[in-house]
Ligand binder design. Structure first.
Ligand code: C5P
Length: 251
């Protein structure tokens, strides 16, 4: 298996996994309002397609320059040459993590990793395996074969590892399969819901504690924080749960 010499090292499981708050808002103003409500607690942010299309590079650079750790979730999926260019542009913004689709193929993931390396390697390329909004039934209806979700995610993870990715995006339930397929890959887990939280369009959901105890290296959380009556309290609760679960592993 190709060693990933350039990407940042995965967070050791004994560390407390960071919680990226997904700034899924239609305007920069709303994103800034949320960030203001989170104050110093808001250290890690995700910028995805909606906000990036609206506010673009200046917004991302402002977040980075204000000392925030930024995950740019653009889920790139195109020919290798195009993805190389896009990943190079992303790396130039100083973001910490960037997503591409594992299903774009090994050469495409490799192109993103090469672009990140060319910019100094400070950006970790994460390959999205199977979206957490998809159930087993959804995947079968798309014409995929009869593999289980974990088998499919593990297969994509092993391709991502060979391409030199820093990690993969998967649900909490596939972390063990990812580790078995490619031990060095970091895992970033969406579909996080505190106990009793509405799944909405997510299908493979887990609590923060469950994701951490299963070995997640990073969590990304959107609506349970952004739609909460008190977003700062919601983030504090989630981080408290993550902290306790991480302590239970290391202790
Ligand atoms: O609101 P919610 O917590 O469901 O948001 C999850 C966030 O994680 C969204 O910003 C979504 O784009 C992102 N994400 C995801 N599934 C992936 C990769 C990223 O839900 N495979």
């Amino acid at each position: 298996m190709m060693q990933n010499d350039h990407a940042p090292r995965p967070v050791p499981s004994a560390c407390v996994p960071p919680v990226y708050v997904a700034l899924d808002f239609p305007t920069a103003r709303q994103a800034c309002e949320l960030a203001a409500r989170l104050g110093d607690q808001g250290t890690h942010y995700k910028v995805g397609l909606q906000l990036f299309l609206e506010a673009g590079r200046p917004f991302v650079e402002e977040l980075v320059n204000s000392g925030k750790d930024v995950f740019l979730d653009l889920k790139l999926h195109d020919i290798p040459n195009t993805v190389y260019g896009a990943a190079a542009a992303a790396a130039g913004m100083g973001v910490r993590l960037l997503t591409v689709h594992a299903q774009g193929g090994g050469s495409m993931v490799q192109a993103a990793v090469a672009a990140a390396s060319a910019q100094g390697g400070g950006i970790g390329v994460l390959a999205v395996t199977m979206l957490t909004s998809l159930s087993d039934a959804d995947v079968r209806s798309l014409g995929f074969d009869e593999r289980t979700m974990s088998e499919r995610v593990a297969l994509l993870a092993s391709f991502a590892a060979q391409a030199g990715a820093h990690g993969v995006v998967c649900s909490a339930f596939e972390i063990a399969a990812v580790r078995a397929a490619a031990a060095g890959l970091a895992t970033l887990v969406p579909g996080i819901r505190p106990v009793g939280g509405a799944a909405a369009d997510q299908a493979r959901v887990a609590t923060p504690a469950d994701a951490v105890s299963r070995g997640a290296d990073y969590l990304v959380v959107g609506r349970p924080i952004t739609q909460a009556a008190d977003p700062a309290q919601a983030l504090a609760n989630i981080r408290g749960e993550v902290f306790r679960a991480a302590g239970a592993i290391s202790g």
